[in-house]
Design a protein around this ligand. Structure first.
Ligand code: ADE
Ligand code: ZN
Length: 368
């Protein structure tokens, strides 16, 4: 049990902070907030493993596999990371993934991320991967899944990080191609827990993938989709009502639609928000303008995530630190974000309660 009565009280209502806690804000001294953000246990629910490929690893894998890159050096590649919108990023992101050919490459990429996640006190991570980015280059889906899954197994044993995989369909491709990808992946069904939808959003609404998501649902796969990153609130509605997703990735455009905000709050649909991604892809002009606080204060189950950390300037803790510094979020928001991340994850209720207990213990240690 938690040794902090205020925190125990909080759990009476679905792991949301109570008015009593709001009043004294956990007694966490403001100057200890950055340290607390780093130390608190958390789950990461929105990261693309191909987006964790650091330039140094891209060059090392290119050399190992004899792939020629259109950049002369790590520095030159890094300089190309000046994005104006989602598409300008995706063009470079897909080019970076071209160095991945062998099972060991996928393992090395995932392992590098998992070590980084462990250092940020991420105890649970649900990692996206894009099989079509690799099968289009002749890499077998088995090579992709086996390499990533082996790293997940090792993460549990060697790092104490629980890691799972979510297969994403590329929405700029057809639904027929998504069905083909699903068929190729199904022999390895035990190695991924769900499916998602990513890539270029505008012009590719969720309903384009209604049939393949319905099939995945029949198969018992967990369902998520990117919606409302750059696209309108209508895409979030159709992700919920047509695809029947359990979480919405990004979803920040939902704030433009009060009825949608009410629905997301009522159903406690997790939104996997990625502040540094939103900043780098110009979804918000400045981190100060980010609407994370609005989402949280409206009762939405928002979380903080890194999306593509190698490209957007930070892993989990960097997202927390920069966002809190820019927007004036407080300790109660920190607790809520971490609790939301466990609540929104695809682990069982006993595991959720165990992680939230550890969260409470960390907050109790920091209380004045
Ligand atoms: N693939 C990798 N990162 C993405 C993002 N932020 N949005 C859509 N697709 C992606
Ligand atoms: Zn994403």
């Amino acid at each position: 049990m938690s040794c902090n009565p205020a925190l125990t009280l909080a759990r009476t209502a679905r792991w949301t902070y109570s008015d009593a806690m709001t009043a004294h804000d956990f007694n966490i001294p403001a100057d200890r907030l950055p340290e607390l953000l780093c130390a608190m246990p958390k789950a990461e629910l929105h990261m693309h493993i191909e987006g964790s490929l650091e330039p140094e690893l891209i060059f090392a894998l290119a050399q190992r596999n004899g792939v020629t890159l259109p950049y002369a050096s790590v520095e030159e590649l890094r300089q190309a990371y000046a994005f104006t919108n989602l598409q300008s990023f995706l063009d470079i992101y897909y080019a970076g993934a071209s160095v991945l050919l062998e099972e060991q490459d996928f393992y090395d990429m995932a392992w590098a991320y998992l070590e980084r996640a462990a250092a940020d006190n991420v105890l649970r991570t649900e990692m996206f991967f894009d099989p079509q980015t690799h099968t289009a280059r002749g890499v077998d889906v088995k090579v992709v899944i086996d390499g990533l899954h082996r790293a997940c197994v090792d993460a549990e044993a060697k790092l104490g990080v629980s890691a799972a995989l979510i297969l994403c369909f590329l929405r700029h491709l057809s639904e027929e191609e998504a069905f083909e990808t699903l068929a190729q992946a199904l022999p390895y069904r035990d190695k991924f827990i769900g499916v998602g939808l990513d890539s270029s959003e505008v012009g590719h609404p969720p309903e384009k993938f209604a049939k393949v998501f319905a099939r995945c649902r029949e198969l018992g796969l967990r369902l998520v989709a990117h919606a409302g990153e750059e696209g309108p609130p209508a895409y979030v509605w159709s992700a919920l009502d047509v695809l029947k997703v359990e979480r919405v990735d990004h979803g920040v455009q939902s704030a433009k639609d009060p009825a949608l905000m009410a629905r997301l709050a009522k159903d406690r649909i997790p939104l996997t928000v990625c502040p540094l991604s939103n900043l780098k892809l110009c979804v918000f002009p400045d981190l100060k303008e980010h609407n994370l606080k609005t989402l949280l204060d409206a009762g939405l189950a928002a979380t903080v995530n890194s999306d593509d950390p190698a490209y957007f300037g930070g892993y989990m803790n960097e997202n927390f630190l920069q966002t809190f510094a820019a927007t004036g979020l407080t300790a109660k928001h920190a607790w809520q974000l971490a609790a939301n991340s466990f609540e929104g994850s695809f682990i069982d209720d006993a595991a959720k309660a165990g992680y939230i207990e550890r969260l409470d213990e960390t907050f109790a240690r920091f209380a004045a």
